[in-house]
Design a protein around this ligand. Structure first.
Ligand code: CU
Length: 354
């Protein structure tokens, strides 16, 4: 086990029990932190400038720590988050095990929480994971405060005159293809991550590249308040999840649209728009905190019936098995693998959305 991982796990000990290993999730769920001790996750623009800079500093710090597990060309700890996501989205036997499956919401909840814990344990971050409520930016993406070069994550990518495509040692330069490739070129020229080298991705091509974006309003209806509200109005987990992730069952007239999850990924584009390597863009964590906030809001609207409601298939292809609270969420060495039961209640995990 890597040294940094051990530090992270040691720091996680207070919430995971005395030592890493199997945990009794139910016991943990029954002992949430006392009121007033919960980490309060806030919307980016409602945070003070100092708080925003503290978060950015911690994210940059994660990019200086050695990889948790050296998979898929991961060189620094932030690479490992992208690598874990790629690995679980491209399982050789099961296919994508974290999208379009019943564990989509709990897996991403745990992923964001493990990231938040790493920032706090390794990078002296005192705050909570922020979220990005993109409904506030629907139709005016480019002016979103999250793209501010000083108090945000930098702005839009700039295409160079000559676009260089990903280079793969086996097959040489990879031509642009539908959906699977990000041209290395639309690099974000400003902000705190303009000097980043990302070592994992884009997609399954692990070639060093810049952070790239292609911000647009093409997904405005998918990330609207109306779409979010139509998902929140669902009364069972499966309907809520497929509305949020896939857009099925959205507001009238939305039949051809993406849902809020894909909508926000595509609105930022390039690295963030890449289905499997999107954690390369630091905005991934704020976007998924917002998706998690939607789920938490939905759960808390009817705690008795929804707090521990789960379902859906655990794989995209047959043979199908139903996801239950005992399904194990894998973290590929970034943090403990835990059963879904453990992550169902955000207050038991130590945070809330405000
Ligand atoms: Cu994902």
């Amino acid at each position: 086990m890597h040294f940094n991982t051990m530090i992270a796990l040691a720091a996680l000990a207070p919430i995971f029990g005395a030592q890493a290993g199997p945990i009794d999730a139910r016991a943990v769920s029954n002992t949430p932190p006392p009121p007033g001790k919960l980490l309060q996750r806030q919307e980016w623009r409602s945070m003070s400038q100092a708080a925003r800079l503290n978060y950015i500093k911690a994210v940059q710090c994660l990019h200086t720590k050695p990889a948790a597990k050296n998979i898929l060309n991961a060189k620094v700890l932030s690479d490992s988050f992208a690598a874990a996501h790629v690995t679980l989205a491209t399982d050789p036997k099961l296919g994508d095990t974290i999208h379009v499956v019943g564990q989509f919401l709990p897996w991403h909840r745990w992923f964001v929480t493990v990231h938040e814990t790493n920032l706090r344990a390794l990078c002296n971050y005192q705050g909570a994971q922020p979220y990005w409520d993109w409904t506030l930016d629907s139709g005016k993406m480019l002016s979103s405060p999250v793209f501010d070069p000083t108090y945000g994550f930098g702005g839009n990518g700039v295409k160079p005159k000559k676009i260089v495509y990903p280079y793969n040692e086996t097959i040489g330069f990879v031509p642009p293809g539908p959906g699977n490739l990000t041209p290395i070129g639309a690099c974000v020229p400003n902000g705190p991550f303009s000097q980043y080298t990302l070592n994992v991705g884009p997609g399954q091509f692990n070639v060093p590249h810049c952070l790239a974006r292609n911000i647009s309003d093409s997904q405005a209806p998918s990330i609207s308040k109306a779409f979010v509200n139509s998902c929140l109005a669902k009364t069972n987990y499966i309907e809520f999840w497929i509305c949020t992730e896939l857009g099925i069952g959205g507001p009238p007239g939305s039949e051809q649209l993406n849902g809020p999850h894909a909508g926000a990924h595509i609105s930022v584009g390039e690295d963030m728009g890449n289905m499997i390597s999107s954690p390369n863009d630091p905005l991934f964590m704020l976007h998924h905190a917002q998706i998690d906030r939607m789920w938490s809001t939905w759960q808390n609207a009817d705690k008795k019936n929804r707090m521990f409601q789960i379902g859906g298939n655990s794989t995209q292809a047959p043979p199908f098995t139903d996801v239950t609270l005992d399904y194990t969420l894998k973290m590929v060495g970034l943090g403990p693998d835990v059963p879904i039961r453990y992550v169902m209640n955000t207050t038991a995990l130590g945070y809330e959305y405000i």
